[in-house]
Each structure stands twice: as structure tokens, then as C-alpha cells.
Design a protein around this ligand. Sequence first.
Ligand SMILES: Cc1ncc(COP(=O)(O)O)c(C=O)c1O
Length: 389
Amino acid sequence: MNFDEIRDRSGIDSSKWGRMEEFSGVSPTDGIAMWVADMDFGCAPAIREAVRREAEHGFFGYFGDPSSVSEAISGWMTDRHGWAVDPKWISYSTGVVAGFGQVLEAYTERGDGVVLFSPVYHAFFYKLQAMGREIVQSELVNNDGRYEMDLDALEDLVTDRVKAVVLCSPHNPGGRLWEAEEISALADFCVKHDLILISDEIHMDLVFPDSKHVPTAIAAPRAKDRLVTLTAASKGFNIAGGETGFIIAEDEEIRKRLEPVQKYMSGPPNRFGMIMVRAALTSGGDWSDAVRAYLKDNFDLWREHIEGIPGVRVMDMKSTYLTWIDFSRTGLLPGQTSDRIRKDAKIAMSPGAQFGMGGDHFHRFNIAMPRPLLIEAIERMERAFGDLQ
Ligand SMILES: Cc1ncc(COP(=O)(O)O)c(C=O)c1O
């Protein structure tokens, strides 16, 4: 577990490094990739060992009975998150965004509205647009560097055509952990307006060591007949290429409604993804503890230095590695800050406008990288904004 080691990811089909020039104009030769949400660390030894065993037997046919994977998920959720998930509540999708599409298909129609608390993970927007759903943006209130939901304002946006609400918990970008009371208030809102609550908890295993993620199912038992949790081991264990998401629904009626949709939108689970998930959740606990401690130290270092740039503020976070930086007080326009970051610092980040309303003056930076590389990124940022007073 030497997270400090810089390993070259060129030539191994990495989206984050191999496609950065195409998407941001920053060359991987002398640039630093801080955009796509994966980590520049090799995954847990137990996962590599499981994949090695798989490669050696050489039979890559359809995956068999998923129950050992569901047991592993159930055990992990109980031990790590205090959430006693019955294995029969779990089904699989080729990732969380694919699962999101299935829930939308089951519960909404073209033209129906779906609420997003923006700024939020951009793929929700793309999926909703692609499926012809109306995006209802409820802008988070930035209360002195802490995002809060404004459910009073949301009352005015909810019409009869609005059918679902998406909670991103922990929140991306910015890494906020929602408190039980906030989740519970949102659940009450969903009950009042008869809305499906879709809780994306993909970042649940990236919580800093001194903090705790509260699963929506625990905070809001009243909403269990309208709650679908979408999650995965992909972010916490850096195995996103395994394309395996979990759809968890305690309510039997929900599972019955999802089943036919899954039959036509999904196939059997990905063999390699399932094998990686099982290894991660049964034998990856120590690695998870170590990586989360390392990420917190990265965040503290990054924040201390980046906030030294006049007018720049780093949103406090307790989870994820997706830092959210507010450039609004620099006196620069969003295009000017992104030019400095991409062209001068040669850093590929994610422009804030991608995340919807409220994101314009921000940019998102992924800090899941070996510390020596992070220090290089800090120095580049300090130079690129060195003239600010
Ligand atoms: C909140 C959130 N949901 C979903 C995803 C993507 O999940 P998947 O690759 O399983 O579709 C991401 C990736 O960054 C994310 O941040």
C-alpha cells in the first residue's frame, strides 16, 4: 500500500489519462489529470489476486449464481455502514448510471420531471436529457462554504409532472455528508409530494476516517416504499472499469416494478466486476482504511495551499476526493480561471459549469493521486495564479 508511488498509466487504456487531451486540451505528456473520478493508485492486493486467479483458469463465460457477491455486499453494509441489507434486496446493473436509467424507466415517462440538487454530478443531467425527462434543478444554498438543500424553495418547483428526486450522498462535487435530519426532511418531502427517492451512494466508502456516512435507508425508514439506493464498490475500491452497480430496494413492490425493466435493459452481471466486488468487500477493509486516511491528508494539504491563493476557497469536505473550488472572489471570469488551469498549470480538471446551476464559478479537482504529484499540482496552481493580490 505505497500510495506515494507515481505509476505511469499511459498505454493501459485509462480514460482519465488517455482521453484528457481530447476533452480538455491538456496533453498527458506534461499535464496532470485531475478530472475523471478514479484514483491513481493500484487497487487492493486482494482484488488483484482475485483477478489473477480468474485470468489463470481462463474460462470467461457468463457469471453464475450472484448470491456470494450479494452476501459480501450485505456483510459490508452491515459492518461498515450499520445497514442490515438483506441479500435479496440487491440486484445488479452495469454501473450506477445504468441503474439510474432503469429506475427512471420504471417510474417516470418522457416529459416527467426529476429533481436534482445542483451543482451535482454531471452524468445525471446527460442521462435525464437522453431519456427525455425534464430536469428540475433545485440549487443548493452555499451557506458559508457548506451546501444545504432548500426544501421550501423546492415546494414551488414541484408540479404534478415531477415524479422523482435524486439525492447524491455523499455529495459530488464537494464531498458533503448529509446529516440524518436533512435526509429525513427530504424523505418527508417525497412522501408529501408522492415522489420516488433515488439515493446515489456510490461515494459511501470514501468517507474520511473521522466521519460517518448515513445511508438514506437508515435516516428515512418512512420512505422505504419509495426509496431506491444505487451504489457500488467502484469508487471506494477504484474498480470502476468493472462496471458493476448495486440497486438496493427493501420494498418488494419496488423490486417487482424494476424486474421487467431490468430484463430488457440489462443482462447478466459482468464476470470480472462481480469477482472484484466480492474480493473488495470481503478482503479489502484494511486497504479501504488506508486509502481514506491518505485521501484526507491529501485534502488537508491541498486545501491549505490552494486557499493561500487570494480569493480562492476550497469547500470543506468529509468524503470523496473530488474537491470543489470557488474562484468567484478572484475577480476572474470562469473562462479565465479555466484557461489558467488548463493552459498555464497544464491541469485537466472538470469545469464547474458541467455540474449545473450554481457551478459556474467553481471547478472540480480530483486529488486521488500520489502525494508527490499532488505537490506538483499545487505548485503549478500557485504559479498560474501567482499574480493575484
Ligand atoms: C455520484 C456518482 N454517481 C455515479 C457515478 C458513476 O457511476 P458508474 O460508473 O457506476 O455508472 C459517479 C462517478 O463519478 C458519481 O460520482
